[in-house]
Design a protein around this ligand. Structure first.
Ligand SMILES: Nc1ncnc2c1ncn2[C@@H]1O[C@H](COP(=O)(O)OP(=O)(O)O)[C@@H](O)[C@H]1O
Ligand SMILES: [Mg+2]
Length: 392
């Protein structure tokens, strides 16, 4: 019986040896014995199919995966056909050997039955697609690499385009502001003269006895004119562009001189003022301009605080900078407003001019100083950092 089987399998193999695809035949339902034609033998890395006519898949310590899942012996298609009579077509199986070699093939299996219809084994045919799969994977990898490069380039181009657009918008805005600024500066000058005349006459009329009942109205008119005048004055100082006069000076001295002026402001508003001078080196500055800068920051700080609030002006020095900081106990600046700081005429105050901070930036720029802002619910600190003069 055994001999007979063997020669039957032998004959089968001889018949299948010319098949271009792989063929494996299980001659018992438990798939203990599987014979392979030369293509299958080569696929399974068996030297010569004649020497291994009864090789079982399980004894080859090869792992079989389908869609990434490791198959148990019972799940291998040839076993399913031999055991349960399943017909399987087009199953893509990956075989992985202990030495790392991996091969992929498309399998079809069906049961083998004797003349009475009883299953006696199974036949499996397959086409190896290892090269194809690797090629496809390589192509996929190349494609996704290309896609990544295209995406990256597109992103960069878009960023550059957006940056360019925003620069162009800024330039257009600056050009508009410049033209408007020049016009307004001229206009400001022209308006101030008639205003001075009007103010003079209002003062004259205010003191007339017969107009005494209008005294309050006159006071209001004069105050309003003064406010308009101060807006124009601040605006002109922004657009004046007069050359700065740099002299060696110590910021502590400058702030000490300025202190009574700010203190008077603070006092009239019921607020406190503290000056903490640090040990700092002299600087080359335009004193009038820096006075204006500190004054603007101090006034904003005072205006931002409720009564009893304390404004602290401090000076100190670090590795790179000589710093003046103006710290208030106000309620801070909203993030959306921080972005607008420095934009001429941006103000949140009913009577504000929105020119104080732009003037500060202008003066800081002339001194190559930087302005940093720290703001939160406990208050705001403006840091003006003047680059330390080089020694020697
Ligand atoms: N220390 C501060 N605390 C809170 N808000 C401030 C402070 N400094 C400036 N700001 C905000 O910046 C705006 C612009 O200030 P500024 O240019 O000095 O103009 P103005 O004081 O006339 O409004 C102010 O209206 C205010 O909203
Ligand atoms: Mg101000």
């Amino acid at each position: 019986m055994y001999e007979m089987r063997r020669s039957y399998q032998h004959n089968l193999l001889l018949g299948l040896s010319d098949m271009p695809g792989g063929v494996s035949i299980a001659t018992d339902v438990t798939c203990q014995k599987i014979v392979h034609n030369p293509v299958a033998a080569q696929f399974f890395r068996i030297k010569d199919c004649e020497n291994f006519p009864y090789t079982s898949l399980c004894s080859m310590s090869v792992k079989i995966f389908q869609k990434g899942k490791l198959l148990s012996p019972q799940e291998i298609p040839i076993q399913r056909s031999a055991r349960c009579g399943d017909r399987i077509t087009g199953a893509e199986l990956e075989f992985v050997w202990p030495d790392g070699i991996s091969k992929t093939a498309i399998w079809s299996t069906s049961p083998l039955r004797d003349e009475t219809g009883v299953i006696v084994g199974a036949v499996a045919t397959f086409e190896e697609v290892t090269g194809l799969i690797t090629k496809t994977q390589e192509l996929d990898a190349q494609q996704s690499q290309l896609q990544e490069m295209v995406d990256e380039r597109t992103k960069k181009l878009r960023q550059e385009f957006e940056k360019r657009q925003s620069i162009e918008r800024e330039i257009a805005k600056l050009e508009r502001l410049n033209v408007i600024g020049q016009l307004a500066a001229g206009l400001g000058h022209e308006v101030r003269n008639p205003m001075t005349t009007v103010r003079g006459f209002l003062q004259l009329l205010q003191n007339k006895n017969e107009l005494h009942s209008y005294k309050n109205q006159f006071t209001l008119m004069i105050e309003e004119l003064d406010r308009a005048n101060s807006i124009i004055r601040e605006f002109l100082s922004l657009s004046k562009n007069k050359p700065a006069v740099f002299k060696r000076k110590n910021l502590n001295q400058l702030i000490t001189n300025l202190f009574p002026l700010i203190q008077a402001d603070a006092y009239s508003q019921g607020k406190k003022l503290v000056f903490e001078p640090g040990d700092i080196a002299d600087l080359e500055i335009d004193a009038n301009e820096v006075i204006q800068l500190v004054l603007n920051l101090a006034r904003n700080g005072l205006e931002a605080m409720p009564q009893e609030g304390c404004l602290t002006i401090k000076t100190f020095m670090d590795e790179e900078y000589i710093v003046v900081c103006v710290k208030d106990e106000g309620t801070g600046i909203k993030p959306e407003h921080v972005l607008k700081l420095g934009t001429p005429f941006f103000t949140t105050k009913e009577n504000g001019t929105g020119l104080g901070i732009p003037i500060c930036y202008d003066i800081a720029e002339k001194h190559r100083a930087l302005i940093d802002i720290e703001t939160g619910v406990d208050g705001t600190t403006f840091f003006v950092r003047f680059p330390k003069p080089k020694v020697g």
